[in-house]
Ligand binder design. Structure first.
Ligand code: UD1
Length: 427
């Protein structure tokens, strides 16, 4: 198993190019199930989660050819009528996002059998809203022996009001309602850029989805098993969480990093908070620059995670690593997931002073962190440990980095190019 060794306390300097978004790519790959014709992706990120998603389609019977072009992966996907509607446990267990095959398989085949998903161990992460979506659209759903089985002669447009925002359940609703008969009005939906991109892709494929990026979607279902398919190759948006992680790492190490191929607007709240902490952030034509070279004292800034455009839960752990060396006390409230503070125990090992109760952490900034062996427990927690290691004096070893490889493309190489001392070893 690979582990990373970081010699910390060195500022990051230079330019980093952000990869295509993992969270945008995953549901878009699954949406290829709904296409009658071939779907071409021009820039998938090279990540293990993307491999899982592709593997699911292949195992179901999809025809996929992949090519490496420079840093990108291109993929051609054709999902035939002869494919299976059963996504077994061995495929689904590794990644929660696998649940997003449920709606497309149901719409395409009139039935779907999908194992309850696995993925990052953050909170209980139920799938009740996904099931609610399928039932509202007219499916009969049973959960038995670890599988969700959904069946519908015909999917029917309906009104759905989510009790709270769920990215995955909104995406399930979009993909399924797009194929139903009649109009669906869906309220309190995810406005995340990744959801907007999925909706745009479906519209390009022939769906009729209005209201993307707002709280209410109106979908005129096409009443068919497939959509014609995209008119041109699909390009996936830059990963805002990767961009945000590099931005925080630049600030925390008091460096200057130009983040290219990023959309500043997608992480406006993070960049605002970085400015509040004393960092200079400047927008450029294809990203932004974070400059913290002048920063003697980091001003503590409180954050509360919430759905887009609020502070992303996927940047909470990284922000905590940054605040652990702030000049004073800050609070971090996690409002999306229960139990998303597992990184605190590992940040402790680096000398951070953090107390928490329930979903609120209080971070008492310390002068410096000290390197130590730590263990990555989930994807974003690992990113916070990398930032911790970059800040810390001495050597930090981060074990179980397979978590980080799920969602950060070549993170060690990108950091090395910015002047970090980071090597990947095998134990
Ligand atoms: C997606 C992202 C993940 C991000 C999260 C929140 C992908 C592949 N993953 O995950 O990186 O952290 O959004 O921005 O895009 N919930 C239920 N019942 C459900 C579904 C969700 O109670 O059926 C709860 C969850 O437990 C959580 C909250 O809703 O407390 C939000 O989760 P959700 O937005 O659905 O997250 P994911 O789509 O799984």
């Amino acid at each position: 198993m690979d582990y990373l060794v970081i010699e910390g306390s060195r500022p990051l300097n230079g330019t980093v190019e952000i990869s295509a978004s993992k969270n945008a790519a995953l549901p878009m790959i699954m949406a290829a199930i709904l296409s009658e014709n071939e779907v071409i992706f021009s820039n998938l990120p090279r990540l293990t989660d993307v491999d899982f998603a592709i593997r699911i389609l292949v195992e179901l019977g999809g025809k996929v050819s992949m090519n490496r072009e420079g840093d990108h992966l291109t993929a051609k996907i054709k999902f035939p009528d002869s494919a299976s509607f059963v996504a077994p446990y061995e495929l689904v267990r590794k990644m929660r996002a696998s649940i997003s095959v449920l709606g497309p398989l149901l719409a395409r085949f009139g039935k779907a059998k999908v194992s309850l998903p696995g993925g990052c161990a953050i909170g209980s992460r139920p799938v009740d809203l996904h099931i609610m979506v399928m039932e509202k659209l007219g499916a009969k759903v049973t959960v038995e022996e670890g599988y969700i089985f959904a069946e519908a002669e015909k999917l029917k447009g309906t009104e759905i009001v989510f009790p709270f925002v769920s990215v995955g359940a909104t995406q399930a609703a979009i993909m399924t309602a797009a194929m139903a008969e009649g109009v669906s009005v869906i309220r309190n939906v995810s406005m995340e850029p990744e959801t907007v991109e999925l909706g745009k892709m479906l519209n390009d494929m022939g769906a009729k989805i209005d209201g993307l990026g707002t709280e209410t979607l109106t979908i005129h279902g096409v009443n068919k098993r497939t959509l014609p398919g995209p008119k041109s190759p699909i390009s996936v948006i830059p990963d805002r969480i990767e961009a945000g992680t590099f931005a925080v790492a630049a600030a925390a190490t008091r460096g200057r990093v130009e983040v290219k191929n990023a959309v500043a607007e997608h992480i406006e709240i993070l960049l605002y908070n970085l400015r509040e902490s004393g960092v200079i952030v400047e927008n450029t034509k294809d990203g932004f620059i974070v400059d913290a070279r002048h920063l003697k004292k980091i001003k503590p800034v409180d954050i509360i995670t919430s759905p887009y455009p609020g502070f992303p839960t996927d940047l909470q752990a990284q922000w905590m690593a940054y605040m652990s060396i702030a000049d004073g006390t800050s609070t971090i409230s996690e409002k999306i997931f229960e139990n998303r503070f597992i990184h605190i125990g590992e940040l402790f090992r680096l000398g951070a002073r953090i107390k928490y109760s329930g979903n609120k952490a209080t971070v008492q900034g310390v002068e410096r962190l000290k390197g130590a062996p730590v263990m990555a427990t989930d994807l974003r927690a690992s990113a916070s440990l990398v930032i911790g290691g970059l800040i810390a004096e001495g050597t930090t070893e981060i074990h179980r980095v397979y978590h980080i490889d799920r969602g950060y493309e070549r993170i060690d190489q990108k950091l090395t190019a910015l002047g970090a001392k980071i090597v990947r070893n095998r134990e």
